[in-house]
Design a protein around this ligand. Structure first.
Ligand code: 1GP
Length: 252
């Protein structure tokens, strides 16, 4: 089943999903095996594999390790065309619509298009919106773009609306990895009010409370990376929160 279909079906029934971000640049192979064994027990919907840098080109190895340990789908979250790896299941084709750098709106996509076509990956066009998180994040620096001000939910809503009108299939609101402040709830709610496509929210979700707030505000998928790497207890906690939301959908 395709990622896009799954997320659309989830969204239309009010179900929430939980994605774990694995950054090949940060995760060690031995830690990865232990983490994967834990994810099997805690209903993770999919893995996002990616990050802004490639200091050690390990996407292929990481995906091979994921396949050895679990059947959970693997979705690429690329920083550039070097991150295209056909052994994944799908790729978020990110257009950085919060920014005004043509390279990340369309330029890199032109370079990647033939490779993507040949890869056999499911391609999910995604309106990627960086939100100011109190410090400059790697992705903001690398992309040379200014994130959306965190106190401007109306700008975020109009940006997401334009992205949906352009045909983008998902909206990803990202405060950036390790963000001090996660994406504010009022911004998530403002975006939720104006688009029908599924919304992913990530960056700085390092507690159950932050995850709950994002889901309650209208996120369809929460993406968590750093928090789980630093605190193993967070995985069961977040999984239980997503499960509780989905139980209330089943009972309603
Ligand atoms: C970053 O949204 C992801 O692009 C996840 O961020 O590592 O802070 O959870 P964290």
């Amino acid at each position: 089943l395709s990622l896009q279909t799954t997320l659309r079906t989830y969204k239309s029934s009010g179900r929430k999903a939980f994605a774990v971000l694995l950054d090949p640049d940060k995760i060690k192979q031995d830690e990865l095996a232990a983490l994967l064994d834990r994810t099997n027990q805690h209903s993770v919907d999919f893995f996002l594999v990616g990050g802004s840098l490639v200091t050690d080109y390990a996407h292929k190895e990481i995906i091979a390790t994921i396949r050895e340990h679990t059947d959970i789908p693997v979705v690429l979250f690329p920083g550039n065309p070097l991150h295209i790896e056909p052994s994944a299941d799908a790729i978020l084709l990110l257009s950085l619509i919060s920014g005004r750098n043509p390279e990340f709106l369309i330029g890199q996509h032109v370079i990647a298009a033939p490779l993507l076509r040949r890869s056999g990956l499911e391609i999910v066009s995604t309106g990627y919106m960086l939100v100011d998180s109190g410090t400059q994040t790697t992705v903001s620096y690398i992309s040379g773009t200014t994130p959306l001000p965190h106190d401007k939910p109306d700008v975020a809503a109009c940006t997401a609306m334009a992205g949906e009108m352009l045909g983008l299939q998902l909206i990803y609101l990202d405060a950036g990895s390790g963000a001090r402040w996660p994406v504010p709830a009022d911004m998530i709610a403002a975006v939720r009010a104006v688009v029908d496509v599924p919304i992913l929210v990530g960056g700085g979700i390092n507690s159950g409370e932050k995850a709950y707030n994002a889901l309650k505000a209208g996120a369809d998928v929460i993406v968590v990376g750093n928090g789980i790497e630093h605190n193993p207890e967070l995985l069961p906690e977040l999984s239980a929160i997503v499960h509780a939301f989905n139980q209330s959908v089943v009972q309603a």
